[in-house]
Design a protein around this ligand. Structure first.
Ligand code: ARG
Length: 410
């Protein structure tokens, strides 16, 4: 007897996979696994209903707390890819691991997903799964299925797929972001209708939100302590009600395709803005500059679904080393769909008011006049380079005058 564990959402793709895994691939039994990374309750209801109608052995794994931790790793790394806070990308390895655990526990022979051959998710799932001894199958990709074919097949087989959102947009939702694509949205010139948005209201009103961080981790909102999952959910609702956190991206996918994707991510926008603002206050200039390179690498690996890479461990070690001082608060103002920092405060501030202020006299033994020497040197090489370039362009002048290159000094 052979068994396959299928990443199951109850949507069209994964629903048609159930009979196909038996008929086309010859598995005796299919186990459906749905991993909770903060999808809306309606999705679980749909998955449970569909599973029941299919007679599928259905397992639900709650990985919200684990996923929230990964999201906060992303906050520490200020991670975005082309403006997208990586919700889907960060969730995939967590989901893949959870499904693998169930498959091993249930003695399965294989793992299956319903991803197409065009997207990123096939790569993210398989990057994790191919490290196991189980077979990996991808019916939609391997059988070259189209959505139209799936719809006909489902009707023919009387499979329980509802209309719902399925027909219009392809949506992926978790704690960190809601991604909407497909249909007319594929046209880069098409202006999305307001109804693609569920987490963000049409921007109106304004408010300020204060976020407290401890060693880079968000721990409270407006002074109220919250657990990670609760904190993210709260901010999605609260900041979302002001229309904050929409991104429309021409996304460069891993296979090279450019695909238009629309995202909503109010909590991510607030937390990333606030975290970055607090870092600006407490990190040295060199740390900030170098960390940006680390962040770029981190975000790219996360986009690829390779958060388990040794490189990411090494990058995390650097990031963590910088985060001890990222303790304090940052306040953002949300208005007109934007989110910008308006205040930050930390006992670790690399900031001395008496040194930066225009209103104080000598501090730490340094007088204003001490800057004169620095001012004389500043731009020295640039002035010299320009003077030499002038000489080369007008050699006769230089030759006539018999003078060496001179450059003005005021
Ligand atoms: N383009 C995003 C990514 O690769 C999200 C894809 C989400 N899927 C969807 N059906 N909208 O991470």
């Amino acid at each position: 007897m052979t068994t396959v564990a299928l990443a199951f959402s109850g949507g069209l793709d994964t629903t048609v996979c159930v009979p196909l895994l038996q008929e086309e691939y010859g598995y005796d039994e299919v186990i459906g696994v749905t991993v909770d990374v903060g999808q809306p309750a309606s999705e679980f209801a749909e998955a449970a209903e569909t599973a029941e109608a299919l007679g599928l052995d259905h397992h639900v794994v709650d990985a919200k707390a684990e996923f929230a931790e990964v999201c906060f790793d992303a906050v520490k790394a200020n991670a975005t890819y082309q403006g997208y806070p990586l919700g889907t990308a960060l969730a995939r390895p967590v989901i893949a691991e959870a499904i693998l655990d169930v498959a091993v526990e249930q003695g399965c022979d294989a793992l299956a997903h319903g991803c197409t051959g065009k997207g990123n998710d096939q790569l993210r799932f398989e990057a994790v799964w191919r490290g196991s001894d189980l077979d990996v199958v991808a019916p939609v990709r391997e059988l070259g299925l189209t959505r139209e074919w799936e719809q006909e097949y489902a009707a023919e087989k009387d499979l329980p797929v509802e209309g719902g959102n399925e027909g219009v947009w392809s949506i992926d939702t978790n704690l960190w972001s809601r991604a909407v694509e497909g249909g007319k949205l594929e046209e880069p010139s098409y202006v999305p209708p307001e109804d693609i948005y569920e987490w963000t209201a049409e921007p109106s009103g304004e408010t300020t939100i204060e976020v407290t961080f401890e060693a880079g981790i968000p721990v409270a909102v407006d002074g109220e302590a919250m657990e990670p999952v609760e904190l993210v959910q709260h901010l999605n609702e609260y900041a979302g009600s002001y229309g904050v956190g929409r991104t429309d991206v021409m996304e460069d996918r891993m296979l090279g395709l450019k695909v238009r994707e629309n995202y909503e991510h109010p909590a991510a926008t607030v937390l990333l803005t606030a975290h970055g603002a607090l870092e600006d206050l407490v990190l040295t200039n060199e740390e900030r500059a170098f960390k940006q390179q680390v962040e770029q690498e981190w975000a790219e690996k996360a986009y690829e679904g390779l958060t388990f890479a040794p490189l990411v461990d090494a990058l995390d070690a650097f990031v963590d080393e910088t985060q001890d001082v990222v303790t304090g608060t940052a306040t953002v103002k949300v208005a007109g769909g934007n989110c910008r920092v308006v205040a930050r405060d930390s006992e670790h501030a690399v900031y001395a008011e008496e040194m930066a202020s225009f209103n104080t006299e000598d501090v730490a033994g340094i007088a204003q006049a001490d800057a004169t020497g620095v001012a004389k040197y500043h731009g020295l090489q640039e002035r010299l380079a320009n003077a030499v370039a002038d000489d080369v362009e007008k050699p006769e002048l230089a030759a006539d005058g018999g003078e060496k290159t001179e450059f003005a000094d005021e």
